[in-house]
Design a protein around this ligand. Structure first.
Ligand code: FES
Length: 222
């Protein structure tokens, strides 16, 4: 089969560059960017893995010889190897060359949690006093609510690297000041103003016309 866009060497270069980009993404200094990049890679991996697995299952049952022909092409054989779909010998060869999928195999498939947002009723915005802090347990999470300039903010109610709650803290502008040792967080982003590479989990808030609001808690789907 003639190559469509790239020859085998170019394809190997593309793989090597993808590998390099994946490694660089793992060393990103910003936890939020790193988390997002990892999730993107995991979900790209899942999208491809699921469809390819179904396609190969159909090929195996209806056209068993086609798989052999497909695997005679370097790029197809490599792709199947990345998703554990190559025949054992080819799979071994693929892995021996150090090829990787979008993310290490151990981190995908059933080990990759599917996340969903649970919208929990959290009260009415008109009952919140500006700049006061309200602790609430929502969908199993300890959440801290506050209202600033008619907007509700929701954060994880535990200081970074600690389980100490922050409802006795204070609000200055958009800063939440922890009552224990004075750490400051921006309530809009959760970012620590003392350690800007770290942040508290923040939650989305959806307010209805009558002022009732819900907080979106992202949880692993059961
Ligand atoms: S526990 Fe929050 S600053 Fe120490």
């Amino acid at each position: 089969m003639d190559p469509v866009y790239y020859n085998d060497e170019e394809y190997q270069e593309i793989l090597a560059y993808l590998n390099q980009l994946t490694t660089e993404a793992e060393t990103l200094p910003y936890p939020q960017a790193k988390e997002l990049t990892t999730s993107l890679l995991q979900y790209f991996d899942l999208v491809h893995r699921e469809a390819l697995a179904r396609m190969m299952s159909l090929i195996n049952s209806h056209y068993p010889n086609l798989k052999r022909d497909l695997e005679s092409d370097f790029t197809i054989k490599t792709l199947l190897g990345l998703y554990d779909l190559a025949t054992p010998e080819q799979e071994q060869n693929g892995k021996a060359k150090g090829q990787v999928g979008f993310v290490p195999v151990g981190q995908v498939g059933l080990l990759t949690p599917i996340m969903e947002t649970v919208w929990a009723e959290a009260g009415n915005i008109n009952k919140l006093h500006p700049k006061e802090l309200y602790p609430k347990e929502l969908a199993g999470e300890n959440v801290l609510l506050c209202k600033i300039d008619q907007k509700v903010f929701a954060l994880r109610n535990a200081c970074l690297d600690s389980v100490l709650p922050m409802q006795f803290g204070t609000i200055e502008g958009h800063q939440l000041i922890c009552p224990w040792h004075g750490c400051r967080y921006d309530v809009r982003s959760g970012i620590s103003l003392d350690k800007p590479t770290q942040k508290l989990t923040t939650y989305r808030v959806a307010v209805e016309r009558n002022g009732d609001f819900k907080v979106g808690i992202v949880k692993e789907r059961k």
